[in-house]
Every structure is written in structure tokens, then in C-alpha cells.
Write a protein that binds this ligand. Sequence first.
Ligand SMILES: Nc1ncnc2c1ncn2[C@@H]1O[C@H](COP(=O)(O)OP(=O)(O)OP(=O)(O)O)[C@@H](O)[C@H]1O
Ligand SMILES: [Mg+2]
Length: 201
Amino acid sequence: MGPSGAGKSTLLNILGLLDQANSGSYQLQGEAVENLRERKRQELHKKHMGFVFQAYYLIDDLTVYENIETPLIYRKVKKAERQAKVAETLDRFNIVAKKDLFPHQLSGGQQQLVGIARAIVAQPKLLLADEPTGNLHSSQGEVIMDLFKKLHREGMTIIQVTHNEKYAHYGSRIIELQDGFIRKDVALQTPASTYSKQPQV
Ligand SMILES: Nc1ncnc2c1ncn2[C@@H]1O[C@H](COP(=O)(O)OP(=O)(O)OP(=O)(O)O)[C@@H](O)[C@H]1O
Ligand SMILES: [Mg+2]
């Protein structure tokens, strides 16, 4: 959390290997990321991470179905399995009827849902979500938070940027940024069941 310009998206981009820090070290699965080649960083990103962008960044000339399918193609998932996973995800997000539409034919909230669907379809170990609920109605926002809770229980590590206090409390730790620095870092009491399976990253 933190005010506009605090560095939240910048931090998420660094954690997601989409940007590099000017100084310091970032250890991911025991490896110092800054020492890796660009190709290796891209590979790690594609293989282990899902990213929900603040501005959606859906691919304009691909349909909803094709946008959600993209991460599975990157990961070389076979066609039959891709079809099954995309169908399941469309269903989970209640957007089956939108599957053949292009992003510009959707509302902002619907584009955001497709962005979230695309980020989780390949079951990444680490999900980085930049204000994933910014454009959703509160009821839709809660559905997404409940989905995140379930994915976390199944072993996914989730880092989300949010301006919403209530949604922040779905997490187990709240980090507040200001002017590029950590201003506050609070571990929250969470039910033991949340940790029945250890996050993998
Ligand atoms: N690649 C970059 N190089 C240098 N400065 C940058 C870069 N990207 C962003 N900044 C600056 O870093 C600061 C933090 O930007 P960032 O987008 O991370 O903020 P934010 O906390 O996500 O804000 P918001 O809540 O508005 O999304 C801003 O002052 C921005 O202008
Ligand atoms: Mg931002």
C-alpha cells in the first residue's frame, strides 16, 4: 500500500523481473536475479509468475479466449490441455459469453477480470497483482479476494497492490511504501489453516 508515486508498481515490476533495480540484491529461489542473463530472467518470469497489470495490457488483436490462452502457449502446454484450462477459467470468471470478443468490446471491469484470468490460468507460483480490483464493483472485488485466498491456500504466493484497507487484510503481511521506501511492515494474525501448505516462493 502507499500513496500514488510511492513506488508500488515499480517494486512489483522488479519482483516480477520486468524491471531491474539500480542497486541492491533480489534473491529469487536462492538466486541473485541481477546476476542472471536477460533470457534466463524472462524464462523465470514466464515459467513461475503471473502478472496483473494496473493498466490491463490485454493484447488488442486477440480475443478474450486467446488472451487467456497466451501464458499457456508460452509454457508450451499442449492444445487439449490449453482448451480445458481456458474453458475452466472462463467459467470460473463467468465470462464464457465474452470469449470471442476483443478487449475494446469489453467494459473496464471486464477487461480487468480477463487480465486476472490470464495471470492465474497457468497456476504460477508467484502472482503479482497491481490494483487488481481497482475497476471492479465491490461484490466482484470480494469474489476476486476469495479466489486469491483459495489460490494462496493451494500454495500460490500473492503480492497485491491495493488502496483498499479491507482487501489488504486478506493478506498475511502489509507493507506500506512512501517515496520509494518501506514506511511500515506489519505481519497480520492469520488462521493457521492459511499456512497448511507453505507458499513456494
Ligand atoms: N522506469 C522508471 N525510471 C525512473 N523513474 C520511474 C520509473 N518508473 C516510475 N518511475 C517513478 O517512480 C515513482 C514511483 O512510480 P510508481 O509507478 O511505482 O508509483 P505507484 O506507487 O505505483 O503509484 P500509483 O498508485 O499512482 O500507481 C514515480 O515518481 C515515477 O515517476
Ligand atoms: Mg502504480
